[in-house]
Design a protein around this ligand. Structure first.
Ligand code: TXA
Ligand code: MG
Length: 348
């Protein structure tokens, strides 16, 4: 398949490109588009055929359900059964990086939901995503636009690496702002939700809107052999670089001393704080931003993992993030990319 790549800077001025992309979607084709979190691999959410094509392009098991993207929070009613708790969450966080699991209406085929009776609904804030959904006139099912097992793409060149020749069109809208996938919650009852995947809408932010916020065990712990995750996606090994990723925990000075020593011993790629660049000499250094700038760590994580891996290292080292605020989303992605390998560096 020949993939058409279109650069869009300002959606208001590029209506023709957006119309073309929306036509592709309405005719059952696949279009990759930017969102504020990561790039999505989109197809008509109401078409079983389109959803099958998405799984094929991604190389993803078809029991892993897709998120449907809507232009306005109220559009959820067409595809799912909403409730006052959804309305409260939507008022607080939509459009934005929040996905809510709701009972599915029949207009959404089970091919889109991996056989489930629920559907994941998200209303992205990115202007290109918004304009595309609006123009298509239908919800767009979209997983992250990476090949299964790769980090989610946060710029068009990563999408092209994974998807060129496998989709009809790629809309290049530059870098994604947030860089980590949306927060996913499931509504249990009017006052209770379960956090299934942490993202830029933090646990604390959710607690301001809903009285009880449970956190699924798989968010920060390893699932047992026979445990079934609440969100099917959690059982797959994700975001995995080819080289082993090791997360370092300890006093910053001790961790830096360890890195200085390791870079002379083995070929290591290092995701380092900006403050550490001058002390390190590895040929594969990947700055993540200032030590306390979690938004920057998040925005650059998937790019850094891809680039670190490209240098063909024996090992990739990174700092273990905190579990607070946006840190929980980083922690969740990083422990899974590292297959839970955390090394504690003792004080000297
Ligand atoms: O930020 C995002 O959410 C990005 C952009 C493109 O919107 N999309 C994304 O999709 O990350 P994906 O497919 O890579 O991740 C969707 C996750 C999966 O882990 C899946 O298991 C979970 O959502 N999910 C989808 N529908 C579900 C449902 N009905 N019940 C439980 N989990 C669900
Ligand atoms: Mg994904």
């Amino acid at each position: 398949m020949n993939t058409k790549i279109i650069t869009i800077n300002d959606p208001a001025r590029e209506e023709q490109s957006l119309q073309e992309a929306a036509d592709v979607l309405r005719n059952g084709g696949l279009v990759v588009f930017p969102t504020e979190t990561v790039y999505g691999l989109g197809g008509d959410a109401t078409s079983a055929d389109s959803s099958r094509k998405i799984y094929e392009a991604k190389g993803r098991p078809s029991d892993n359900p897709l998120i449907i993207h809507i232009a306005h929070p109220d559009d959820a009613r067409r595809y799912a059964v909403t409730c006052p708790c959804y309305e409260r969450l939507a008022k607080a966080f939509m459009p934005g990086p929040l996905t809510v699991i709701l009972p599915r209406r029949d207009i959404i085929p089970t091919e889109t939901t991996g056989g489930l009776d629920t559907v994941a609904v998200r209303c992205p804030s990115h202007p290109i995503a918004h304009a595309l959904i609006q123009e298509a006139g239908v919800a767009i099912a979209a997983p992250s636009a990476n090949r299964s097992g790769k980090p989610s793409p946060t710029c068009a060149s990563h999408v092209i690496d994974d998807m060129d020749g496998r989709v009809d069109m790629i809309l290049d809208g530059g870098e994604c702002d947030i860089g980590l996938e949306s927060t996913i919650v499931k509504i249990e009852d009017e006052d209770t939700i379960t956090l299934l995947r942490p993202g830029a809408i933090t646990y604390d932010a959710l607690c301001m809107v809903v009285a009880n916020v449970n956190v699924a065990a798989a968010v920060s712990e390893r699932l047992g052999e026979n445990e079934r995750p609440l969100s099917p996606g959690m059982k797959y090994r994700h975001y995995a670089p080819d080289a082993p990723l090791v997360l370092l925990e300890g006093h910053p000075e001790d961790v830096l001393a360890y890195l200085e020593q390791e870079q002379n011993r083995i070929r290591c790629a290092i995701l380092c704080y900006d403050e550490e660049i001058n002390a390190l000499s590895s040929a594969s250094l990947h700055p993540v931003g200032k030590a306390d700038d979690l938004a920057s760590h998040a925005r650059l994580l998937f790019r850094n993992l891809r680039e670190a891996d490209c240098s063909g290292p024996d090992v990739i080292y990174a700092h273990l993030p905190p579990k607070e605020g946006l840190g929980l989303a980083l922690y969740n992605r990083m422990i899974r990319a590292a297959a839970h390998t955390i090394k504690h560096i003792p004080s000297r």
